[in-house]
Write a protein that binds this ligand. Structure first.
Ligand code: HEM
Length: 154
């Protein structure tokens, strides 16, 4: 009887340990989804900010909200520049990998320049220049993803 009771008392502890251990066994995945890389997280910030600006600039111009969204994007680009795309991390040819990493860095610099151009255009209230800058950023995104991001969900 006492033995059965002590087994019962251990049950919650065992279940608790299992609940802790199972997600670890899943390689840090939650609900089967791979955890986002540090670079993907910065890209999400850039994406959110660019959406905010893309949808709001005509109505809001260089409002504090638009400028703050752009500042978030610029900070995310700076952080992204120091990170390694998953595709490059997996490369075995070290010389080629270094070359691609530098090319990635140069593209991040172009992205930053594009964002600064967009900011200047917003502040100047130059709608034509804002449209041009947004289109240039879209092109940089497409080219960057083509070269550095695995095909799925490009
Ligand atoms: C306005 C410009 C850009 C936007 C809005 C954007 C947005 C995104 C989004 C939404 C993701 C998916 C993140 C996720 O998995 O949740 C992503 C991933 C990625 N982006 Fe961008 N991106 C931009 C520009 C660029 C540029 C210029 C490059 C490279 C030069 C780049 C390289 C990558 C890479 C490598 C990934 C995959 C992350 C990884 O390898 O870990 N992106 N981006």
């Amino acid at each position: 009887m006492i033995r059965r009771l002590s087994i019962l008392a251990l049950l919650p502890l065992t279940l608790g340990l299992l609940a802790f251990a199972l997600p670890l066994q899943d390689g840090g995945r939650q609900g089967g989804r791979p955890e986002k890389s540090p670079l993907a997280k910065q890209m999400e910030v850039i994406n959110g900010s660019m959406r905010t600006v893309g949808r709001g600039w005509e109505a809001n111009g260089a409002s504090p909200e638009m400028l703050s969204a752009l500042a978030d994007a610029e900070q995310a680009v700076l952080a992204a520049k120091a990170l390694v795309p998953g595709m490059l991390a997996a490369m075995e040819d070290e010389a080629k990998k270094d070359e691609e990493l530098m090319a990635f860095r140069v593209e991040m610099n172009a992205l930053m320049r594009g964002m600064l151009d967009l900011e200047d255009a917003l502040i100047a209230g130059d709608n034509g220049a804002v449209e041009k800058s947004l289109a240039a950023l879209g092109d940089l995104k497409d080219a960057g993803h083509q070269r550095f991001k695995p095909a799925r969900g490009r």
